[in-house]
Design a protein around this ligand. Structure first.
Ligand code: ZN
Length: 193
């Protein structure tokens, strides 16, 4: 399945709850498998069902040490980036646990080629169900909290460009070549954010 891009109205609609009757069903597990495959192939650290053109409240996320290999210790610390095991949440509900916002670069598989600084809550709690119908409750801070907020936004028709600091909008190439290894303070100064 291909990832739909900004402009497709499915990315701007509120996705529907997955009905209880579909929990544990073969079609739901198949959809989850498709989402995981598309996320890994991209590669990305998260994917919401609307990104495959399906208006259902379903997200997957995964971030591994391998994917972070290009980051220095300091960069990982600054981003509060830590391992996220493969997680799939059906009908997730997000609660922000802190008024404290962290700002960092974020991109989206549906807005390929670009990135921007986006303020996100430092800590969130997400509750929902596994595809089998088991309750899930996740508490996350830093990078994993950012991924969760980004993916949950997709279920409400919101893209990161709706929340970004607009002056920080960059091509991925510029972020890689110009800002890799720089502190957030330096980046903000260069961009006049
Ligand atoms: Zn996205």
């Amino acid at each position: 399945m291909t990832i739909v891009e900004a402009g497709d109205p499915v990315l701007r609609r509120r996705a529907s709850e997955v009905p209880a009757a579909e929990l544990g069903s073969a079609p739901l597990f198949e959809l989850v498998d498709e989402m995981v495959a598309a996320m890994r192939a991209a590669p990305g650290v998260g994917l919401a069902a609307p990104q495959l053109g399906i208006g259902s409240r379903l997200i997957v996320l995964e971030d591994t040490a391998e994917r972070m290999a290009h980051l220095s210790e300091e960069e990982r610390r600054e981003r509060a980036r830590s391992d996220v095991p493969l997680t799939c949440i059906v009908n997730p509900v997000l609660e922000s646990m802190s008024d404290e916002k962290e700002v960092f670069f974020e991109g989206c598989l549906s807005v390929p080629g670009y990135s921007a600084l986006v303020p996100r809550a430092h800590e969130v709690v997400v509750s929902g169900l596994s595809p089998a119908g088991e309750p899930i409750r996740l508490r996350a801070t830093g990078w994993p909290a950012r991924i969760l907020q980004h993916e949950l936004d997709h279920l409400d028709g919101t893209l990161y460009v709706d929340r970004m600091l607009t002056r920080s909008f960059c091509t991925v190439e510029e972020v890689r070549t110009r800002y890799a290894g720089k502190s957030l303070a330096e980046i903000a100064k260069e961009l006049g954010v």
